[in-house]
Write a protein that binds this ligand. Structure first.
Ligand SMILES: [Ca+2]
Length: 86
C-alpha cells in the first residue's frame, strides 16, 4: 500500500473510531469531535469548552450541527497546508 493510500485509510479510521460512539456513525457530534481533538492532541484541556467550540465552528461548514467526513477531511487538508505548506 502506498504512503498516501495508507494516510487516507488512517484519516478514515480516526474518523470512524470517534463518529461511531453516539448517534449517526457517519458524522461527528460535538462530544465526539471533542474526544477526537483531545485524543489527537489538538486540544490540551478537553474541559476548555471555548477551544472545542471554535474547532467545531470551523469544521461544521454547512452549520447543520454535526461534522461529516467531508467537512473533517477539508479541515485536515487545510491544517496540512498551514503546517506544511509554503
Ligand atoms: Ca456539518
Amino acid at each position: 500500500m502506498s504512503d498516501l493510500v495508507q494516510a487516507m485509510a488512517l484519516l478514515r479510521s480516526v474518523f470512524n473510531k470517534h463518529a461511531g460512539k453516539e448517534g449517526d456513525p457517519e458524522t461527528l457530534t460535538k462530544k465526539e469531535l471533542c474526544d477526537l481533538l483531545k485524543h489527537e492532541g489538538f486540544v490540551t484541556d478537553a474541559k476548555d469548552k471555548c477551544q472545542v467550540d471554535n474547532f467545531f465552528k470551523e469544521l461544521d461548514n454547512n452549520q447543520d450541527g454535526v461534522v461529516s467526513f467531508q467537512e473533517y477531511v477539508t479541515f485536515v487538508a487545510a491544517l496540512s497546508v498551514i503546517c506544511y505548506g509554503k
